[in-house]
Design a protein around this ligand. Structure first.
Ligand code: SAM
Length: 282
């Protein structure tokens, strides 16, 4: 009898993956953590029933979340990652030679433990001496950080989705965006994923409306991610200067998805997406 994993993208739309075996399942103080071996995409991490990352397509999301801001910032020495417990984003960030320090603020140590055990390809950079991992809520970290001396050149939010009562919901509020802005250096850049536009259109609308008010530059871009609902995922950036549409340097070699052409096309929004963006400044 076949084993299937189902994810509800909405009350009227389910995604399903044929599963070879469930490898791990645990209830952490923050969420339900599952590791499945799927037939199509290999190892997969699921949090609270939502697909987070698979070995088969993780490079798309992680390259697009890391390289577009980091290659558009003139000197991205200090990077803050909020979330990112699977390690894939820090791996991509640490491939950029200009990056000297990365602080990753992950609320759930159990996710990092699971990633180290089952996703070695994601976590190969977690022992990089430039990386410091802090285990706490990213929103409370940033509210403290906002008044601190230490600032960041790039802030990347790699969290679970804001829907429901998961911890990701604290990272999509106007207060959070204000703290992000205060924690950035002059000319700093922040990006967070703004979900699947066909299933959660309010997220990209809400974030672009708020970020568009707070930052001189607010830009939305997108990528096709097969294992996310509708195969399309958006990212919204707030910038204190750099134009994320303009990479200033070459990407690291061996990218599996990113090219300068992909970078340029990512900002070409179909009219359907443009309607969702609540910020004429795009
Ligand atoms: N790439 C995935 C996506 O787009 O759905 C994100 C993967 S990563 C595993 C998401 C991480 O965000 C999880 O490890 C989760 O524990 C973390 N997270 C959620 N809310 C958080 C918060 N408020 N502060 C810090 N980390 C948080």
């Amino acid at each position: 009898m076949s084993l299937w994993f189902f994810e509800s993208a909405s009350p009227a739309h389910k995604l399903q993956w044929k599963v070879k075996r469930e490898i791990y399942s645990v209830e952490s103080p923050f969420q339900h953590i599952q590791v499945l071996e799927t037939e199509q995409f290999g190892m997969a991490l699921i949090l609270d029933g939502i697909m987070q990352t698979t070995l088969g397509d993780e490079f798309i999301y992680h390259e697009m979340l890391a390289l577009i801001p980091l290659l558009s910032h003139p000197d991205p020495r200090k990077v803050l990652i909020i979330g990112g417990g699977d390690g894939g984003l820090s791996r991509e960030v640490l491939r950029i030679p200009e990056v000297q320090q990365v602080v990753m603020v992950e609320i759930d140590p159990a996710v990092v433990d699971v990633a180290r055990r089952f996703f070695p390809h994601h976590t190969e950079a977690l022992n990089d001496s430039r990386l410091q991992i802090l285990f706490e809520d990213g929103a409370s970290f940033l509210s403290r950080q906002a008044s601190a001396e230490e600032k960041f050149d790039v802030i990347l939010v790699d969290s679970t989705d804001p829907e429901g009562d998961g911890p990701g919901r604290f990272l999509y509020t106007p207060e959070f965006h204000a703290d992000v802005k205060r924690a950035l250096n002059v000319g700093g850049v922040y990006v967070q994923h703004t979900g699947a536009p066909f299933f959660n259109p309010d997220v990209v609308s809400m974030v672009s409306a708020d970020v568009g008010k707070k930052f001189p530059v607010c830009q939305t871009y997108w990528a096709t991610v097969p294992t996310y609902p509708g195969g399309i995922f958006t990212f919204t950036a707030g910038s204190l200067g750099p134009d994320l549409k303009k990479p200033l340097r070459q990407a690291p070699s061996e990218c599996q998805w990113y090219t300068p052409e992909i970078h340029r096309l990512a900002f070409s929004l179909p009219p359907y997406f443009q309607k969702l963006i609540r910020n004429p400044g795009h």
